[in-house]
Design a protein around this ligand. Sequence first.
Ligand SMILES: Nc1nc2c(ncn2[C@@H]2O[C@H](COP(=O)(O)OP(=O)(O)OP(=O)(O)O)[C@@H](O)[C@H]2O)c(=O)[nH]1
Ligand SMILES: [Mg+2]
Length: 428
Amino acid sequence: MFVDEATITVKAGDGGSGIISFEHQLGQRHGGPDGGNGGKGGNVYLRADRSISTLLKFEKKNTFKADDGEKGGTQEKTGASADDLYIDLPVGTMVYDGGTDEKIVDLKEEGQTFLIAKGGSGGRGNKAFSNSRNTAPRIRERGGQGQEKYLRLELQLLADVGIVGFPNVGKSSLISKISAQRPKIGNYHFTTMEPHPGVVSLDEWNDFVAVDIPGIIKGAHKGKGLGDQFLRHLSRTKLLIHMVDISGIEGRDPLEDWQIFRNELEEYKSSLGDMPEIVAGNKIDLIEESEIERQVKKFNKEGLDIYPISAATGKGVDSLVKETYELLQKERERAEEREKQEESEDEYRVYRFKGEKGFRVFKQEDKFVVEGREVEKLAEKLDFSTEDAPSYFHQRLEKQGVISKLKENGAQDGSIVLIGGKEFELVL
Ligand SMILES: Nc1nc2c(ncn2[C@@H]2O[C@H](COP(=O)(O)OP(=O)(O)OP(=O)(O)O)[C@@H](O)[C@H]2O)c(=O)[nH]1
Ligand SMILES: [Mg+2]
């Protein structure tokens, strides 16, 4: 885990000014006051958006300003209010005051919005000041100033992709090529002694976090080399880029390296053995095309795809990144599906669903459903336009224990409850 940070300035729009104006009527020098009020300046909101995973985009743009309201018009016309401005941030972003470092808000949930800078109100035009004592006021207000805030954003990044493999195969070279991370690169084993995460961006909107993990050798699970302690950093990653040295410059066979590494993963934790991987064959610049082909075929024979790349020259790296991103999106969707399924299983609880008086209560999206012959029949038949029907119905539900089960399931005053095809608002 590492922290992504950005500082931004947000400014809400100023309100439009009111104006001084008098009616112009033919044959009359001065009509009554008709200066309109100014419009409101736009607010600035922060909004959590799950499709964004880093704060990278704020490196390019870090000042955000909502539009000002328009000034008032003649004939009592109010100026147009400006649109609000939404700044989308990754879910999990913590927002601090950039000056005092006080925490302002923690954007925890998808879609959560927070008013961070309020737009200025419109100033009043002279019409608003006219009264019986002063029928021709020459007075107006300026629009209020929009708030301005200097913010520090902080996000705990979880790596999506682990870059793993034997020592010296070029893991750190790859992370340096695809992100701004610059770990030490050296032509000896165990150059990297700690994980280095980096943000990999495909374009302005799509990025992911990859982490360069120290090298693993045969017997790592028994403590050889640096051991396998660093594999714990893979517990939250969704897939692996498994690098092998396809040039075999150190005298090892790439396919054998692959097998040994997979075995070390399994030994560490079998769930890691199940993690999807993309195999990258690095250092193709050191060997002939025919040798690359020969190695690729060897992997294919085992049913494995391998991406020939050179972290040094950059050849093949773009398509590796693209493929990684696509697979990652699929894994993210799958994880989301799983989450949803687990949630809905949680919500589905059965209570005495036997016989006439049995019923069950479950949550469906934001509504609650009550199923059961007797309660459903009652709901169907009662004429709810008659005066006493609602309280009678409520009493019956209470007596049967439906109300308390609804409460147990999280229903509150005002919750919508579906019974026998009808919707009810729960009154507690
Ligand atoms: N010719 C060539 N050399 C490379 C390539 N990628 C990495 N190297 C070299 O291989 C050596 C090891 O690279 P690193 O990126 O430090 O390898 P690593 O996998 O991070 O190594 P450890 O941190 O020790 O596990 C360095 O001398 C790199 O310059 C490549 O594509 N072609
Ligand atoms: Mg390294």
